[in-house]
Design a binder for this molecule. Structure first.
Ligand SMILES: [Zn+2]
Length: 105
């Protein structure tokens, strides 16, 4: 009987591969190569949200100032202005968080 060339099993244990976390180096079962462990994933999300909030506030404040200064002093115009500022803040926050998640380490 011919012996097969002994190749090391790619995943010893057969449960799933351990990969080092791309951020802290902790070997974690079930994460992708270059992926992050749950703790780092959470930390990165918190950080991205903080960056996004700064970006959103930084762009919303000038807009709010512009709206307050240029819109006519009229109840409807004020409401529309306030609503668009809030909408702008929410959209900027969502987009900035999405972008920040890509490069926050
Ligand atoms: Zn980690």
């Amino acid at each position: 009987m011919l012996r097969r060339p002994s190749a090391p099993a790619p995943w010893p244990g057969g449960v799933g591969p351990d990969h080092p976390c791309a951020r802290c180096g902790e070997f974690t079962r079930g994460i992708a190569i270059g992926g992050r462990c749950p703790a780092c994933e959470r930390a990165v999300r918190v950080k991205a949200a903080r960056v996004a909030r700064l970006v959103a506030i930084g762009t919303t404040l000038p807009l709010a100032g512009y709206v307050a200064w240029s819109f006519p002093v009229d109840r409807t115009a004020r409401l529309v202005g306030a609503a668009s500022v809030l909408l702008w803040y929410a959209l900027t926050f969502i987009v900035a968080r999405r972008v920040a998640l890509e490069w926050v380490k």
